[in-house]
Design a protein around this ligand. Sequence first.
Ligand code: F3S
Length: 655
Amino acid sequence: MIRIETAENAGFCFGVRRAVEIAEKAAEIHGKVFTLGELIHNEAAVEDLHKKGVCAVNSVDEAAGEVLIIRSHGVPKSEKEKANRLCKAVFDATCPYVAKIHGIVGGLSENGSVIVLGDENHPEVVGIMGNSSPKAFAAKSFEEVEDLFNSGAIGENDEVSLVVQTTFDRERFLDISQRIREKYPRVQIYSTICNATAERQESARELAGRAALMVVVGGKSSSNTKRLAEICREYTKTVFVTNAAQMPEQIAKNLPADCVVGITAGASTPGYIIKEVHQIMNEEIKTTNENEEDFASLLEQDQSFTRLYTGKRVKATIVSVSKKEAVVEVGAKQTGYIVREELTNDPNAEVEDIVKPGDVIDAVVIKVDDNVGTVALSKKRVDAALGLEKLQAVKDANETIEGKVAQVVKGGVIVIYENTRVFIPGSHTGIPRGGKLEDLVGKTVKFKIIEVSNERGGRVVGSIRQANKEVRDAAKAKFWETIEVGQKFEGEVRSIENYGVFVDIGAVDGLVHTADLTWNRVGHPKDIVKVGDKITVIVKSFDPEKKRVSLSAKDPEDNPWTKFVSEYKKGDVIKATIVSITEFGAFAQIIPGVDGLIHISQISTERVANIASVLTVGQEVDVKIIEIDEERERVSLSIRALSEDAEPAEEATEE
Ligand code: F3S
C-alpha cells in the first residue's frame, strides 16, 4: 500500500499565515486593501490575493486614503505613525515574534545602544531599528560588532543590548554570541531567533528519511524551498514542483508496493497548492495500485522473508567486506549492502576497520530497490541517533571527551566521537584566528559538548577551547593551593618591560623586577634576556587575591654579599672601581654584585665641591672599608682615611 503524508510544518509559517488571513479578512470587509510590500514571495499566491482585493504598494504615500496592511516583517515606528495619519485604516500584521523584538528594543533606556544581528537591508531589521529607543546598529558578524566598539560608535559606558533577526542562522548566532559574551560581557543578549524555518526543515528531513519519494512544492526562486529540496534529496528520490500542474506523469510508477510518499512545501506556498499536489499524487497512486495489485498480493502472501521499507531498523549480519562496502544479510529477499559512507562518518576510516564478516550490527533501511533486488542500509544513522542521546548525557554532565579530528569544513572542523560527527566551530578549536585548522586533522583532541539538537538530522557542537580552559583553570587552582615562597620554577620569558620581565611558570605569568634578574648591575632587562629564553626563577612573594607572583632569577648560592662578608672585613684596604657618581658621593664596585659608597666627605682631606673633578667612572682607586652594615647589606668606603692613616707615620719620622 502506498501512503501519502504531508510534512508537519509544510508551507506558511505561523506569522505569514496570520498576515495572509488578516489581509484577506480586511479585503472582505473593505473590498480592496494594500500591503506595504508583497505579503509573500509566490507568484500564484500573489495573483490569488490580487483577485481577492489584496494589492501591494511600495510606500505609505501610495496607500494614502486607503486601507493598509503592515506585513509580518513589521515597520519602523515612524512609518506606522505616518500610516495612521495618512490611511483610512491600518491593520498591523507584524508577526508576534517580530513584535516581541520591537517591545524589547522599545523598552530599553535611551542612553544605551542596541545591536541588531542581521542584514541591515532586510525589512525586518529596518523595522526593529526603527522601533528602538536607544541608538541602534545592524551587524552581520562578530567582526562588525567589534568595529562598533573599536570605532567608538558604541560608547564606553553605554548599556549595550543585542537582539537577532528572527531568520538568522542559528549556528552563526551561537558562535557570535559566545564570542561577544567572552569579549564584551556587559552586552545583554536576547535570543530572538524564530524556530519556524528549522522546524520546517526538520519535519521534511524526518519524512524524507521514511519516504520512497518526496514532492517539494514551492517557487523555484525561493531559497528556503530549494533548501528543503536539497535536504530531501540527501535521503530519498525527490521531485521539486511549483504547483500541481508541474507534477510529472506516472510519478507513482516503480514505487515499492508498500511505501510512503512525502509532501513538503516552502514558507511561501499556500495551503491550497499543497492540497492540489496531494490530490494529483493520490490519483496517480490509485492508478498504479490497481495495476500492481496482483503482484503486491503475491508478495503479501510470502511470509518467509522480512518485509523491508525505508526507515525500518534491522539486525544485519556482515557477510563480506570490500574497500567500498559491506554486504549484509537481513533475512529479506533482497541483498543488503552498506556503502563505506553509510558505515562511518570518518572519511579516513576503511570498511575493514569498522566491521568484519560475522559481525551483527544495527542498521536502518535507506532504500529498497525491488527492480534489482537490493536494499541499501546505513549503520551510521543508527549510531548517530544513539550518539545524540549519549552526547546529550555528556553535555548534561559537563564531561570532557576525546575524539579524532576527521576533516576541516566550512567554519570549523569535524571530530568523530563513536561514529557521531561533532562540529567544532573555528573559534572553539583553540587555534588562533588566521591559524591553520588543517593542523588538527588526524589529531585526537579533548573537547566539551556545548549543543545537541535534533535539527538537520541531529547536530552536535563541541568546544576544544572550553576543555582547554577547564584544564588551565584546574592547573591555576592547584598552583595557588601549592605555591610557596622559595619555590623554584623553570619558566619561559613571555615579555620584556622597562621595569622587568614576565615569566610563564605554567599556570600564571610572574614578574621578575629588573633588580631581581641578576646579582650584577643591569641597564635594561633586554640586555640580560630575550623573549622565549628559559630561565630558573624562585618565588619571592605572591598575592592569591590579585593573582600576582613576584619572582627572582638570582640564585641564592651565588649571592655576592655572602662572598664579600666571608672575604672582607672592616679596616681592609682594597682596590675598587668607580661605577657611578652622585651628588652625595661615588659608588665603587668591590666585587661583581657588591658596591660600596665613598661619601663626598670621605673622598679627600680637602673639601670636594665637584666629585666629577676628582673621580671618574671606570677609575680604579685604593679605598679603606670603614663600615659594613650586614643587615642592610651596605658598605662604606673611604679614600680620605688612607691619607689620615698615613699622616701620623710621617710626623713620627720627622720627630
Ligand atoms: Fe514566520 Fe514570524 Fe517566524 S513571520 S519565520 S513565524 S518570525
